[in-house]
Structures are given as C-alpha cells and as structure tokens.
Design a binder for this molecule. Structure first.
Ligand SMILES: [Fe+2]
Ligand SMILES: [Fe+2]
Length: 177
C-alpha cells in the first residue's frame, strides 16, 4: 500500500500534469487563433502526452490501493506575444515539472518506496526528452527571428508531429512481462 506522503505527492502531480495539458491546450488555441495551425497541432500532441502522464500517476495510485483525490486546476495564461514567447514559457514549465519529478524521487528515497522509485525513473528520462524537444523548437525559432517566411516553414514542419496512443505505462509493463 502506498504511504500517505507519497500518495499526497502523487495526487499533487496528477494536478501538475493535467495543468501541463491545460497550458499546452491554451497555447494550441492561441496558435490556432493566429494562423499557426502546425504549432497548434504540435501543442495538442504535447497536451495529450501530458494527459498520459497524469494517467500514469492515476494508475500507480490505484494499483497500490491509494485514494485518488483530484484538485482544482488553475486557469492557464491564454495568450503569448509570439511563438518564441510561448515555447520559452513551455520550456520554463517543463523545467518546473522536472524539479517536481526530482522532488518525488527524493520523497521515494526518504520513504523507502521502491515501487514509486522505479515508476518515477520513467519520468526522469521523459523529462530529459521533454526539455530537449521543446529546446529544439526554441533553437529553431530563435534562428528564424522575425522572418514571416521562416515562421511559415517552421509551422509546416511542426505540424508533422503525430500523437502516439495514450499510454499509461501499464501496456508497456504488460508487454514486457
Ligand atoms: Fe508531463
Ligand atoms: Fe511535459
């Protein structure tokens, strides 16, 4: 059974991951409103991944006999002054999530919760990838600067991103068993 301290932290993390989805949906809406349909698609895929992250915590709590306690989700910012500003905000948010995951890893260690420790390792690697993928877009946008043509090309390229299935981690664990 999951301990109280880890349970509280994971319930909290469900909120953070769901807020991440909300933030990226807000960016998608803002991009769409400004004609950046490719970036809007990219953000929708990103938001779906975040819902998958929330589900991973959800299922981990369920499997370990804990009680899910959903919390209120803040209203996200709804407008950014440029694609660059939005992706900068996305990177900042991912850095915050990385620090949250690191906190959870510390709690797992302190509470001797090996099950959570193993489950969280996936998130440690995932956050490295998340920061890298947002960072890559950011580098591209910095190179482009104010060029309308460049932004159009970037928008087309980013629109190629496709969503994978909404996985919770259980499928992968079952396939490996
Ligand atoms: Fe996430
Ligand atoms: Fe993320």
């Amino acid at each position: 059974m999951i301990g109280k301290r880890m349970l509280d932290e994971m319930n909290d993390q469900i909120k953070h991951e769901t807020f991440s989805a909300y933030l990226y949906f807000a960016m998608a809406a803002d991009f769409h409103a400004k004609g950046f349909d490719g970036m809007a698609e990219w953000m929708k895929v990103q938001a779906q991944e975040e819902l998958g992250h929330a589900l991973r915590f959800f299922h981990h709590i369920e499997e370990r006999g804990g009680r899910i306690e959903l919390q209120a989700i803040d209203k996200p910012q709804i407008e950014w002054e440029s694609p660059l500003a939005a992706y900068e905000a996305a990177l900042k948010h991912e850095e915050f999530i990385t620090s949250r995951i690191n906190d959870l890893v510390s709690v797992a260690r302190e509470e001797n919760d090996n099950a959570a420790g193993i489950m969280l390792q996936w998130f440690v690697s995932e956050q490295v990838e998340e920061e890298a993928s947002v960072g890559k877009v950011l580098d591209m946008l910095k190179l482009i600067g104010e060029s309308g043509h460049g932004l159009l090309m970037a928008d087309r390229e980013l629109g190629q991103r496709v969503a994978g299935p909404l996985t919770t981690g259980e499928e992968a664990a079952e396939a490996a068993a």
